[in-house]
Each structure stands twice: as C-alpha cells, then as structure tokens.
Write a protein that binds this ligand. Structure first.
Ligand SMILES: Cc1ncc(COP(=O)(O)O)c(C=O)c1O
Length: 341
C-alpha cells in the first residue's frame, strides 16, 4: 500500500508505523493469526521480498510463495512438455499432468469427476462469460416462455456483464438486491411442465462488501422452494466463488451449485491468467458450444462443413463444451469456399 504524498512528516511516521508488520503483530487480534502460528517463519522463508511491508493478502490476489515459483521453474526446466493434443511421449506428459491437476482441483472442492467437470479458463471472468455464451437460454420470441438471467446487485462486474451477451440472445436480465431475495416467500414448488431454463447468479463472497451469502439458496432455488422471479421453468445457480475460495473452503459435495467460476491466482498467487469453471455434470451436456477449433476438435475438414468435437466435456470446452462425439457436425452458418476465378 502506497503512502499518500501530501501528508505531514508526523502523520507520515504514524502511517508507516501502522503499515509495518511489527505493528500488526502487536495487535490483540493478530496473536496466533492464521498459518498455524508459523506466520513469521513462513514469511521469512517464502516472502522475504516483503521486507517490512504489510500486505493485505487475498483482498484481490494472494502473494505467491518463493518455493512455488522455484518448483515451477524446476518442473519446466527438468521436463519436456509437448502440445497436449498430439500423440507422443512429451505430449502425453502434458496431457497426464493436466488431468492430474483437474483431479486435484475436484479434490480441493470435495467433489469428483462423477459430479463435476473442470473446464480450465483464463480466470473467473472467462468462466462466467462461457456460462453466458453456452447456457441453454430460450429467447423471449421463441414461442415458449423466455429465459431469465437474474443476478444479485452485489455481484462482480464479470457477472453483471453477462447481461450484454444475454440481451443479444433476447433473454431478459434482472438485478436483485440481497434484501429482496431474503424477503422472497418460501413457497412450495408448483409442478410445471415448462422446460425453460433460468439462471440465478450470486457471489459466495462479495468482493465489494465482503458479505458472505447463504449456501442454502443453492438448493432452495434449484428445488423451486425459493424463486428469484416467479416465472414458469427451472432455475439453475451460478455461485461466483472467486473471492470466497481465496480464504475459505468450498464444499461442493454439500453445496451443489450448477456453475462455479474460480481464479487460481486469488488462492495461491501464481500464475495469473488461469482459472476454471466447475460445471455440474447434470447441466454440462446441455451447454451450447458454438466454437470448435484448436485442441477442442477431434477431426475436421477445412473445405467442408464437417468436424467432430473432442469426446469429453472438459477437452471439448477447455475452451469448448460436450456434445455427442459420434454425431457429425454441421455449423449453423455453412462455410463458403473461395470464389472460383
Ligand atoms: C467475486 C469475483 N468474481 C469475479 C472476479 C473476476 O476474477 P478475474 O479477474 O480473475 O477473472 C473477481 C475478481 O476480483 C471477484 O472478486
């Protein structure tokens, strides 16, 4: 944290003292503060670059420990990682390492590949955008009841930004204040044959206010016991865990949100530009992926409107989504070949 330039020297001294680690350690609530009482030792070993700076960890991003970067360097310089999508030993090492990490991520959130799919993204923002792009929305003018995107007003801008994507898909978006949802009546679910899907998004922890919102909303909304808006159809839940998981444990076995975006740098600092979307396997097959390229296709013909996506949802969505691999695909907008001269 930078000290404001215009302060008098007395105020500056006080400011410097307040920001020092030694001052922090003297505070009553800092006694035995976190990290198993080993904070001093850890700080010296892993964060000596801090000197006497007090860093408010996890407010936006965590600081990476020194050993993490050293181990990363040793791994990269000691192994040959090839293109994950090719068929050779170095590529297999990359592929197997990615699958191992996928499993570690599932374990970290107390779930398994039977229940959730991990799709790697560049962070929570890309994960959230992927949901907006691939959720099975029903447009308002389809003849069926239209889908709704409803989000808590105390969401990150990444969630609020979904409304631009959904507007282009002719889907209504509604912002809701936390107190409005708390006041919703807990009406018993009405049986409905309507298959329209709606999405409710809220943060497990707000990055603006720090407020933690109840996990009980997930099940209530999914079961129809708590309706953000009274519309026919089925509600799904996106739990934005980006801020929450940086300091708290999220148990996906207990709280089964349909979509859970996370950014890893917020948990362990390095690297930035890596996150994930955890998708419940119940909704994953219904996501509507439009772009298949790079490592997400198993086969394609450049001059014909033909491709086969990768078989698993994570492979076809580590920037893509699951579709029946045995089907042959024709894009909605057939390609045109070069004009004949
Ligand atoms: C609650 C929440 N959601 C989403 C994001 C976006 O994360 P990223 O910038 O890593 O994509 C943040 C970032 O601070 C956040 O706090």
């Amino acid at each position: 944290m930078e000290r404001p330039q215009h302060l008098s020297s007395n105020v500056t001294k006080t400011w410097d003292k307040l920001l020092s680690f030694s001052y922090f350690q003297e505070l009553p609530h800092a006694r035995g503060y976190g990290y198993g009482g080993k904070i001093k030792e850890i700080r010296e070993k892993e964060f000596s670059r801090l000197g006497d700076i007090t860093y408010l960890d996890h407010a936006g991003t965590a600081l990476f420990p020194k050993s993490q970067v050293e181990n990363f360097m040793n791994d990269l310089t000691g192994n040959v990682y090839g293109n994950p999508h090719s068929q050779n030993i170095s590529s297999k090492l990359t592929h197997d390492t990615i699958e191992h990490v996928r499993n570690r991520v599932l374990q970290h959130f107390n779930t398994t590949a039977e229940h959730y799919t991990v799709i790697f993204t560049s962070g929570s923002t890309e994960a959230i955008k992927l949901v907006a792009e691939t959720f099975p929305w029903t447009p308002a003018d389809s003849g069926e009841p239209g889908s709704c995107l409803c989000y808590l007003s105390d969401n990150h801008t990444s969630v609020v930004g979904m409304r631009m994507i959904t507007a282009a898909k002719r889907v209504v978006s509604v912002a809701m204040k936390p107190e409005e949802i708390l006041l919703k009546s807990q009406a018993p679910p009405e049986k409905t044959a309507c298959s329209t899907s709606h999405l409710f998004c809220y943060p497990a922890q707000s990055n603006f206010s720090g407020a933690k919102y109840p996990f009980t909303w997930i099940e209530k909304i999914k079961l129809g016991n708590l309706m953000p808006i009274s519309v026919p159809g089925k509600w799904y839940v996106l739990l934005d865990a980006a801020s929450y998981v940086s300091t708290s444990f999220l148990d996906l076995a207990a709280h089964q949100a349909d979509f859970v975006p996370v950014s890893f740098y917020k948990i362990f600092g390095f690297p930035t530009g890596l996150g994930a979307l955890l998708v419940s396997n119940k909704i994953a097959p219904f996501m509507q992926k439009r772009y298949f390229g790079g490592g997400t296709v198993a086969a394609y013909l450049a001059e014909e409107d033909f491709f086969i996506p990768k078989q698993s949802i994570s492979e076809s969505t580590d920037s893509a989504t699951h579709v029946d691999p045995l089907r042959r695909y024709r894009s909605p907008n057939p390609i045109s070949t070069a004009p004949q001269m």
